[in-house]
Design a protein around this ligand. Structure first.
Ligand code: ZN
Length: 291
């Protein structure tokens, strides 16, 4: 079964756009990359899913960055996305916090603070919008963000289901974004709102193995026009040369100090946790290049 894809559809006489995504593979890959504990995994996973969906609402080479800056133990969440490819990390991957019903306590884990979205749509200046974190559950926070900062009435669902194994690995993850465009009739809006408040919770749809199209079907009662289906990915384009350029911005004296004291430099990519080793010879070459 496909585990990273998005379906885009219209409903309500093409005045409402719906994006539904299954992101199980993306969340699982990041859970393994960073050894994420469940609460950290839920917070980062939902933000990754949101970013992947949002990147599919723009033109193909437009990019966006999302920063969820809460004061909870998970710390700051940073996510980047372009054209359905997404990567990101959170400050503290080792958080497990359950509420009294045994659910991930994201409200406490994320805490209070602000969401900031920076979009580079290749206009003169990047767009930047912020809104307050109102719940920490991420989906509600983005619903609020779209309405408050982008003035687009929206509904967002983001969820995940964990396996009942020792490592609480991800079983399934996904999300949806519903956006109301100008021109939507009041009666259609009421119909949509009624449907959204009475439908199955997303976590239940994911548990039941719903596909992206099944989710759209549930939201619209089958009254939709499918526009496209596309793949989502979580690749990191980092490489040794990129970090080498970073090392070259250090002063020669600092490079000499690293060479003398440690004989090597190990740099970890924040976005994918991959480690790059610069050994004695690499460091000597860099120092040589500074001459
Ligand atoms: Zn990387």
């Amino acid at each position: 079964m496909k585990d990273n894809y998005l379906v885009k559809a219209y409903c309500m006489h093409e005045t409402v756009r719906i994006y539904a995504a299954i992101t199980t593979g993306i969340v699982k890959t990041n859970q393994e990359r960073f050894n994420l504990y469940p609460t950290s995994c839920a917070a980062l996973g939902r933000t990754l899913t949101m970013a992947a969906i949002m990147s599919c609402t723009y033109k193909s080479n437009d990019s966006l960055n999302i920063y969820v800056k809460g004061d909870g133990p998970i710390g700051k969440i940073t996510v980047e996305a372009t054209n359905g490819n997404v990567r990101g990390y959170c400050e503290n991957p080792g958080i497990l916090l359950l509420d009294k019903d045994g659910r991930q306590n994201l409200s406490f884990g994320v805490g209070n603070g602000e969401i900031t979205v920076v979009k580079d749509l290749h206009l003169r200046q990047p767009f930047s919008g912020s809104s307050e974190i109102i719940s920490g559950e991420i989906a509600k926070d983005f619903t609020y963000y779209f309405t408050k900062s982008e003035q687009i009435p929206s509904a967002v669902g983001l969820s995940e289901v964990f396996n009942n194994d020792d490592t609480a690995s991800i079983k399934v993850a996904g999300g949806f974004l519903v956006q109301v465009m100008p021109g939507c009739k009041e009666e259609d809006l009421v119909k949509l709102e009624t449907k959204l408040s009475h439908m199955k919770p997303l976590s239940e749809m994911l548990t039941l193995g719903y596909s992206a199209l099944d989710i759209i079907n549930e939201i619209t009662d089958g009254d939709y026009i499918e526009l496209e289906e596309r793949e989502l990915t979580t690749n990191c384009p980092c490489n040794k040369e990129r970090f080498q350029r970073g090392l070259l911005t250090l002063k020669k004296a600092d490079l000499l100090e690293i060479l003398e004291q440690d004989k090597k430099a190990e740099i970890t990519c924040n976005f994918c946790n991959k480690k790059y080793l610069f050994d004695e010879n690499d460091l000597k070459e860099l120092i040589e290049a500074k001459n």
